[in-house]
Design a protein around this ligand. Structure first.
Ligand code: SF4
Ligand code: SF4
Ligand code: SF4
Length: 299
């Protein structure tokens, strides 16, 4: 069978040579093989730079919102299952035309946590992967134009795994204690907005935090404004967040943002039976209504 990286490179070369895309966005080796970074390729002779392994954690769909990328028109994107949900959501929200994207799906066995990779850890197993990989339902993207299969075997999950277990712990707390927990976490926020920049679905051309007539959110680092910023961002992502975990990975002060995102996603599924980014033909859950809704005000 053709090796994974050969197939990836051949697919990209063909797409560029046939002018089906003007730009390929994928992964390449970073400062060491355990640190992969994004790469932008326009020349078919450069496709040998493309590579994929368990350290390709970044959600490359984040680049699709950038004007510098949009100007290329037709784009080929290397996409893991979780990233594909971001692509799907962008299509659902009319931010991306399906005709302008070639999805090069890669079968992903799991992403090794960056801090462990920095310590030289290379193997994909239960103890080394991100929480999102333990609940992953999409190791193979559901929607793709090309599929590059993995050379690696799937890792096994043993025992009763409870990713994001802290959510249940928080749910069981009193409102006061839960509030205290989040107050302490949000106190750490330095308003760097890295979470927003890393998010493929935070694409507003002017973010509410930058509006100052009136100033809705305090831009200084202080208690109320910090909480407002984090809660407003969470609400703006509710029913949309696809759980890629990039915001939490980008946060320099380690605020556990995925606890908020995952909790929101679970509530949206429980109340509306909706999972973000799974179906490009589905109406976004908060972009539609049902005349039979149990709430009177909707009628
Ligand atoms: S969530 Fe799934 S697709 Fe995404 S990195 Fe983890 S294993 Fe791969
Ligand atoms: S809020 Fe975080 S987890 Fe959700 S889509 Fe944005 S970066 Fe990914
Ligand atoms: S990345 Fe972290 S510190 Fe920066 S604005 Fe977001 S939550 Fe605050």
């Amino acid at each position: 069978m053709e090796k994974m990286n050969d197939k990836l490179q051949n697919t990209a070369k063909e797409l560029l040579e046939n002018k089906e895309v003007n730009l390929i966005i994928g992964f390449t080796k970073g400062s060491n093989p355990l640190r992969m970074r994004s790469v932008f390729i326009t020349d078919p002779n450069d496709v040998s730079k493309l590579s994929f392994n368990a350290h390709c954690v970044q959600d490359l769909a984040v680049f699709l919102k950038k004007p510098e990328v949009k100007k290329f028109g037709k784009i080929g994107l290397v996409v893991k299952g979780c990233d594909e949900k971001a692509v799907n959501t962008l299509i659902q929200e009319y931010q991306l035309s399906r005709d302008n994207i070639k999805i090069i799906g890669v079968e992903c066995r799991g992403a090794v946590k960056q801090n462990l990779a920095d310590k030289g850890e290379d193997s994909v197993k239960q103890s080394t992967v991100y929480d999102k990989c333990l609940v992953c339902e999409v190791h193979t993207p559901l929607l793709y134009d090309y599929l590059v299969e993995s050379d690696e075997p799937a890792f096994e999950i043993n025992g009763d795994i409870k990713p994001y277990a802290k959510i249940e712990e928080l749910d069981a707390m009193s409102v006061e204690d839960r509030n205290m927990f989040w107050q302490k976490e949000f106190e750490k926020c330095i308003k760097c907005y890295a979470c927003r920049q890393a998010c493929p679905l935070c694409y507003c051309t002017r973010c509410i935090v930058e509006k100052n007539t009136p100033q809705w959110i305090e831009t200084n680092i202080e208690e109320t404004g910090n909480a407002q910023w984090n809660m407003i961002r969470a609400y703006h992502l509710s029913g949309r967040c696809i759980g890629c975990g990039e915001c939490e990975r980008a946060c320099p002060v380690n605020i556990p943002l995925m606890l908020v995102n995952e909790k929101m996603a679970r509530d949206v599924f429980e109340k509306f039976g909706y999972k973000s980014g799974v179906d490009i033909n589905a109406k976004p859950v908060f972009g539609t209504f049902d005349a039979n809704d149990f709430n009177e005000f909707i009628k």
